[in-house]
Design a protein around this ligand. Structure first.
Ligand code: UDH
Ligand code: MN
Length: 348
């Protein structure tokens, strides 16, 4: 690269651009030691610089930015994002570089059209500045049963993997809007809790073990914890359950600094179909013992419709609570039988 740069110094005209690009790129690669840069066809007439791998902290980041409520239509957003050429279903790829990680953003959803439009307006520009390759999946639970946020997360994970081999999953409330793009939407080997300083909690953690709002999980960790519990119908408890699962498999959440993990949150009331769960403390009491049979390996749901929109994928789900709870119990019995069969006494 240095050799190419010094050749650039010999020529005139395009010289300044060539040398400035080279200097900038050199600075990036020095910063992260991971930039994979090729300078192709360096001649007097044409200079093409292709950056192969996206940087973790690209120079396009702006730091703090403002959340604006959006009043337009989905069609307006389709037009706005057309220049990024998202694939059908809303797969966005950075135009400037190649990103190795594929991110699925999973939104548990019901009847929050206004919040969803704000989300779709606010998120892609930030994610594109961060050079993330991403798809937004909205997982909508039909109205017949109480809302089950964690169940929608399990469904989102399984359904996203049917579409592509995503390696990173961010489970995201529809009404939380990041306002600092140094809060990078990529995965590390540890799971990360991103909603550290949230407006509705006066930009502080409400309590130390708060894992609500937005979490980033690499695929391998979700498999380890058997996803999320299927039992939390109604509001509350399911996010604390995630913490319990991680403790069982010996992992901890890490967090970005509070100056980065900042979120704007609109004020809203309680949703009709999501009353505070009376079962949540009882469920949390045995969360650690349920992890092996209550999760991805026992979830039951029905996909009623998949809409591949231009800028996101909308999946409609129906849940039969009785069937689901029966299946989870059956899984428990199945695993106990296997355990008994493989115990040393039975092997003799
Ligand atoms: N969600 C929906 N629809 C619902 C319920 C929940 O889409 O009917 C999703 C949505 O992504 C939302 C997330 O689940 O962001 C979390 O639900 P929430 O926004 O109700 O949770 P929050 O922690 O609780 O914001 C606010 C309850 C209001 C009580 C205010 C009194 N202090
Ligand atoms: Mn909310």
């Amino acid at each position: 690269m240095l050799q190419s740069t010094s050749r650039g110094i010999q020529i005139s005209g395009a010289f300044i651009i060539i040398s400035m690009s080279s200097v900038m790129i050199y600075w990036n690669s020095y910063q992260t030691k991971s930039a994979d840069i090729t300078i192709v066809n360096l001649t007097r007439q044409t200079t093409e610089i292709s950056i192969k791998t996206c940087l973790k902290n690209p120079p396009s980041l702006v730091g703090h930015f403002v959340f604006h409520h959006f009043n337009g239509t989905l069609e307006d957003l389709n037009n706005k994002y057309q220049k990024y050429k998202p694939e059908l279903g809303g797969k966005f790829k950075p135009l400037e570089c190649q990103e190795r990680e594929k991110l699925a953003i999973i939104i548990p959803y019901r009847d929050r059209q206004r919040h969803l439009m704000d989300f779709l307006s606010h998120m892609p520009p930030m994610l594109l500045r961060q050079r993330v390759e991403f798809t937004i999946f909205v997982i909508e639970q039909d109205p017949q049963e109480k809302f089950n946020r964690a169940l929608m997360m399990n469904v989102g994970y399984l359904e996203a993997l049917k579409q592509d081999n995503y390696s990173c999953f961010i489970f995201h409330d529809v009404d939380m809007y990041p306002i600092n793009d140094n809060n990078i939407y990529k995965c590390s080997t540890s799971p990360r809790h991103l909603a550290v300083a949230v407006e509705k909690w006066k930009f502080r953690l409400p309590f130390r073990g708060y894992y609500g709002g937005v979490v980033a999980y690499p695929k391998a960790v979700i498999e380890k914890t058997n996803g999320f519990s299927n039992f939390y119908f109604g509001w509350g408890g399911e996010d604390d359950d995630l913490g319990a699962r991680l403790a069982v498999v010996g992992l901890k959440f890490v967090r970005p600094a509070a100056v980065y993990g900042r979120y704007a949150t609109p004020v809203h009331g309680k949703d009709k179909g999501n009353p505070v769960s009376k079962d949540r403390f009882r469920l949390l009491g045995n969360a650690k013992s349920r992890i092996w049979y209550d999760g991805l390996n026992s979830v039951v749901y029905n996909v009623s419709k998949i809409e591949k929109k231009k800028i996101y994928t909308h999946i409609h789900i129906t849940v039969d609570r009785q069937k689901l709870e029966e299946n989870v119990k059956l899984k428990n019995i199945e695993l106990e039988m296997q355990h008994l069969k493989s115990s040393p006494i039975n092997k003799q």
